[in-house]
Design a protein around this ligand. Sequence first.
Ligand code: 13P
Length: 254
Amino acid sequence: MQKIIAANWKMYKTRPEAAQTAAELALALADGTPHDRLVLVFPPFMAVDVVAEVFTGKKNLAVGGQNFYPAGQGAFTGEISTGMLNDVGATWVLVGHSERRHVFNESDELIARKTAFALAQGFKVMLCVGEMLHEREAGRLRDVLSRQLSTALDPLPEALSGALAERLVVAYEPVWAIGTGKVAGPVEVQEAHAALRALLADILGETAAELPILYGGSVKPANAFGLVGLDNVDGLLVGASSLEAQSFLQIIGS
Ligand code: 13P
């Protein structure tokens, strides 16, 4: 399976800053990505177009939107549509990121609607899941992951299920490891990823074996190599360490 290394730039970088970092990445990866990896960047909305422009024609580099509202258009002040993202060159979207769930109170139900909507619009979806520290400590890791996956994927219309193998990626991001410097240890990561693979098999059957499962949460150049080599870890979703091109390039090359 091709490993995916993704950058989530969150609410960082103006357009010129994003263009500069994207250009550094594109230049360094001009002859292809190390190990033929797929590299994704999720810039803030205002910079999606400039990053997409820099990545035009570059094999293995793609751009995504960090968020959207699941409707074609309408009176949704402050929101952005998949059509608008498509217009500026995004082909991927993040859904269910921990900050959307916990800072903006997105429900499992909204996340399910967003997943189905983006897939129906032809987008590739990176569905993020992950437990909070108190849930892990209460022994509820599997329950939480099961609820998050099944609510997002169970109601998928039959017509979309066929597209999943090519267009769905799951990212495991334990909430307690995001932006805290506390990376999950190899045992914890492997336990969660094995649980996710089994849960996906329950929901989706054979397709589950083909779905990439990424790890995210305090990934850095120093720990990326160890993480990406673990069983069932098919890539990485990187926040803070993706903001500087040099550090993200080291992670891509890990
Ligand atoms: P950090 O890498 O900054 O912990 O962020 C992880 C994340 O939320 C990526 O989506």
